[in-house]
Design a protein around this ligand. Sequence first.
Ligand SMILES: Cc1ncc(COP(=O)(O)O)c(C=O)c1O
Length: 433
Amino acid sequence: MAKLDQNELLFERAQKTIPGGVNSPVRAFRQVGGTPRFVTRAKGPYFWDAEDKRYIDLIMSWGPMIAGHANPEVVAAVQRAAETSFSYGAPTEGEIELAERICALMPSVEQVRMVSSGTEATMSALRLARGYTGRDLIIKFEGCYHGHADSLLVKAGSGLLTFADSTQNAPSSGGVPQDLVKHTLVLPYNDIAAIEAVFKKQGDHIAAVILEPFAGNMNLIKPSTEFLSTIRNLTSKHGSVLIYDEVMTGFRVALGGAQSLQGITPDLTCLGKVMGGGMPMAAFGGKKEIMSKLAPLGSVYQAGTLSGNPVAVAAGLKTLEIISREGFYECLTGQTEKLMHGLKQAADKANIPFAVDSVGGMFGFYFANEVPTSFEAVTKTDIEAFKKFFHLMLGEGVYLAPSAYEAGFTSIAHDNAVVDTIVTAAEKSFKSL
Ligand SMILES: Cc1ncc(COP(=O)(O)O)c(C=O)c1O
């Protein structure tokens, strides 16, 4: 019998005390098969596994590590903060600074409340939207992930007309009551007719529309300008709250988030990932008129023992300072585009149908002739080819997201040499597909 390597041994051991051996399902390599890599350390664009093999990281903790792993400036800020205790449960000046910084970078955010995860941010934003409007119904889009709150774990029932009849919704997770998901309408992304039809029928009952302004949880899918403007116009007309879930895109696609690129002013915005620089930190914010409905000012309750945690605030503040420096996004965007161009050229040379897309430091690649624009289109890409490519690249020391339904992420540490190494690995991998 072949001897198990260190990753395999750790995975066996993990499965005894942790369900599936992981603390978040996608880490388990279920779509691609094989053994998850157990990380021992990371630096810049690299991490090392339990066999001490080095990988170029193209998920960067699923987005947060935009300044590179163990960035010395962020590490120093965290060390300084840690020396004065990890948590107080009382307010600090750092929280004000972070709030002021966010409001300055994202003008639609007049006030902001800090929480500890993206899930908490979206869940709280929805409660606030419902409390503010006095309505129950919410709209989300197929393939968008907004964390694991009950009312967001819903997919549409069959047929397009289902969108107008949420009693047909099926929860996409066990443990979610049917009664709860009947308040969630699920529409196809980029489908203007569908959103117009729903608002025509029940616009005055809709508390909120929540969307990923660039979807990154079904690979990278961009919205059309008309889709966004239709949503903004309809929500304004009917007094529904438009929630931009920028947990992934905030400070990743541009300094002002997706909203700054799209020219849309949402009513509420959810943030996470980059804003905590890799620490458990997230937030939701927006119009003062809506935010003032939150406790202790208003009747909508929301709280957290570790909210605005001082060590996380220090990491977030330093990360926001780094990304605010001149040229940061030009460099990040340029390197990401260079990487996508290189992958596309490598696939073309091997005659493999392949499409690429990117925005800022977020990218998507698809085993298909064209970039998809909906969840349905993503499911029609060649998932088997992706799985093989994933393992070939892993063998070459490049760690891609272990699912064809996830976007990829770069950092400022992904320099020319790193990009060239990835492209060389891809050339080899495409030849063996
Ligand atoms: C767009 C979006 N919203 C919300 C979340 C949930 O964030 P968290 O995993 O921090 O709870 C995620 C996580 O990937 C996300 O991508």
